[in-house]
Design a protein. Structure first.
Length: 480
C-alpha cells in the first residue's frame, strides 16, 4: 500500500513537471489531464489533430463566411442569368416572329403590287377599246350619212355597236374601279411592310441588347462560380482537421457554363448520344462518357481531356440522362468523331452536327443540358470547295477544259455536305462524303462505269488540301 502511494506521488510530480514547461489552452489541457499519459517525455507531446485553438476557429469561421458570401453572390448571379436568358429567349422568339411577319408582308406586297399593275394595264386596255369603238361608231355613221344612205347603217347594226360600246364602257369602269382598289391595297401592303420592317428592326435591336446583357451575365455568373469554388477550397483547407469541418454545409461545386471563346450552345435540339453518337461510346479516342452523377465542373473535364490530346480535343459535349437507369452522363465527342460515319451528317462540322442532332431518335436518353460545340473545329469536307487544275498534260499536250475544275457546294444537299465537280467544258457530277478522307463519285459521272467511284482528298501535314484524285488517278491540284 505504501509503495502504491509512493508511485502515485511520483507520477503527479512528473505531471506537474511537464505542465510547468508546456503551456496549452484550457480545453487542450483537460485532454492532456485525462487522456495523455504524464510519463511520455515532453518533446513527444503533440497538439491533438481534432482540437483547435482560438486562432484556428477564427480562421475557419472567416473562410466559411467568405464561402457563404460567395454562395450568396452565386445565387444572385444565377437568378440574374436566368432572367437574362429568358429575356434572350423571348427576344429570339420575337425576332423569329417579326421576321416571319416581314417575310409575309413582303410577299403580300409583291403580290398586291403585281396585281395592281396587271389590273391597271387591263383597265388601260379597256379604255383604249372603248375609245376605239366610239371612234368606229362615229366614223361608220358619218360614212353612212355621206356616201351611202342612212339605211346602210341599219338600226340593228347601230344597236349592236352601241351595245358593244356600252359593255366595253361598263367593263372599263369596273376595271378602273378595280385598279383603284388594287392600288389602294398595294399602298396598304406597302405601309404594312414598312411597319413590319420597323418591327423587325426593333426586334433585332432588342435581341442584340438581350444577347449582350446575357453574355455579360454569363461572364459574371462564371466569375461567381470561380469565386465560390475558390472559397470552398479555402474553407475546406482552413477547417481541415477540426471538428468544425463536420458541421460545414458545403454544396457541390457549381456548374460553370463555359468560356464563350470558340464555344457556343444550342438548346432543345436532341441529344448527342442518339444515332451515330452512340456508335463509338466504347472508344475513348472518339467518345468519352463519364458514368457518374455530374457533380464537378464540366469545363474542367472538357479542358483536361482536350489538353491531354491537343490534336484530338473535345469538340462537342452535353449532359444526357439515361432514363432507364436514372443517371446523368457527361457525353463528350472528340475531333475524331467528326471523321467517322455520322449517317446523314458525315463530314460536317461540330456546329452543323449539333444543330441537326435532333434528326436522330434517342433510345432511353434525354438531354439535360444544351449541346455545346466548338465553332473553330470544322468538318473534314468544309474546305474541299475550291478551284483545281490538272497539270499532268501541260508539257505533253492533250490538256483541255476537262482539266480545269471547280468543286462547289451542292445547294440542294447542304446538310449532307454534298458537292459538285464542274469542269470548264460544262460537265458536272456529284460528290458526297463517303468515309474519311474519301468522297463518293455520283453515278452521273461519265467515268463512274469505268471504275472512278471515289475521289480521295490529299492533305499536307498541316491539314490543308493539296489535291484531289480525279479520273484515271490524275492529280487535280488546289490553285485558289
Amino acid at each position: 500500500m505504501k509503495a502504491a502511494f509512493i508511485a502515485i506521488f511520483f507520477l503527479k510530480c512528473c505531471f506537474f513537471h511537464v505542465k510547468g514547461f508546456v503551456s496549452y489552452p484550457a480545453s487542450q489541457q483537460r485532454i492532456l489531464n485525462h487522456h495523455i499519459s504524464p510519463l511520455i517525455p515532453r518533446n513527444f507531446k503533440k497538439k491533438p489533430a481534432f482540437e483547435t485553438s482560438e486562432a484556428d476557429v477564427k480562421f475557419c469561421d472567416g473562410a466559411y463566411f467568405e464561402y457563404l458570401s460567395a454562395t450568396e453572390q452565386l445565387r444572385d448571379m444565377t437568378s440574374i442569368l436566368a432572367k437574362a436568358e429568358m429575356e434572350k429567349i423571348s427576344a429570339e422568339a420575337s425576332a423569329v416572329a417579326t421576321e416571319a411577319t416581314l417575310t409575309a408582308a413582303k410577299a403580300f406586297y409583291r403580290s398586291a403590287e403585281a396585281n395592281a399593275h396587271h389590273i391597271a394595264e387591263s383597265a388601260s386596255a379597256a379604255a383604249f377599246v372603248v375609245d376605239t369603238l366610239q371612234t368606229r361608231i362615229f366614223n361608220a355613221s358619218e360614212v353612212a350619212l355621206s356616201e351611202l344612205n342612212i339605211d346602210a347603217f341599219s338600226n340593228w347594226a347601230e344597236e349592236k355597236a352601241i351595245s358593244m360600246f356600252n359593255k366595253a364602257a361598263i367593263k372599263s369602269g369596273e376595271l378602273s374601279t378595280s385598279a383603284g382598289l388594287s392600288a389602294s391595297i398595294a399602298a396598304k401592303a406597302a405601309e404594312d411592310m414598312a411597319t413590319a420592317v420597323e418591327a423587325d428592326t426593333k426586334a433585332l435591336n432588342r435581341l442584340r441588347d438581350c444577347t449582350r446583357v446575357y453574355e455579360e451575365a454569363l461572364a459574371m455568373y462564371n466569375d461567381a462560380c470561380d469565386t465560390e469554388t475558390r472559397a470552398m477550397t479555402h474553407a475546406k483547407f482552413a477547417c481541415q482537421g477540426t471538428k468544425m469541418i463536420k458541421s460545414l454545409h458545403l454544396s457541390p461545386p457549381p456548374l460553370r457554363l463555359g468560356p464563350s471563346k470558340n464555344w457556343e450552345s444550342i438548346q432543345n435540339n436532341g441529344d448527342i448520344l442518339s444515332g451515330p453518337g452512340a456508335n463509338y461510346r466504347k472508344d475513348p479516342a472518339i467518345t468519352v462518357i463519364l458514368k457518374k452523377k455530374v457533380d464537378t465542373l464540366v469545363w474542367e473535364d472538357v479542358e483536361r481531356l482536350s489538353d491531354a490530346d491537343p490534336n484530338n480535343p473535345i469538340v462537342m459535349w452535353q449532359i444526357v440522362e439515361n432514363t432507364s437507369e436514372g443517371k446523368e452522363l457527361l457525353v463528350m465527342h472528340r475531333r475524331k468523331f467528326l471523321e467517322e460515319d455520322l449517317s446523314d451528317l458525315i463530314g460536317v462540322s461540330a456546329e452543323i452536327y449539333a444543330k441537326n442532332a435532333h434528326i436522330f431518335e434517342g433510345s432511353n436518353t434525354e438531354a439535360s443540358s444544351p449541346i455545346y460545340y466548338r465553332t473553330d473545329i470544322k468538318g473534314w469536307t468544309d474546305d474541299v470547295a475550291g478551284t483545281y487544275e490538272c497539270t499532268y498534260h501541260d508539257n505533253g499536250g492533250g490538256k483541255s477544259d476537262w482539266h480545269h475544275v471547280v468543286v462547289q457546294r451542292d445547294e440542294e444537299n447542304l446538310q449532307k455536305s454534298a458537292f459538285k465537280w464542274i469542269n470548264r467544258a460544262g460537265i458536272s457530277w456529284k460528290l458526297t462524303p463517303h468515309s474519311f478522307p474519301m468522297l463518293a463519285t455520283g453515278e452521273d459521272c461519265p467515268y463512274f462505269n469505268k471504275g472512278y467511284i471515289s475521289c480521295p482528298i490529299v492533305r499536307d501535314l498541316h491539314g490543308k488540301v493539296v489535291y484531289l484524285v480525279g479520273p484515271s488517278g490524275e492529280h487535280y491540284n488546289r490553285i485558289d
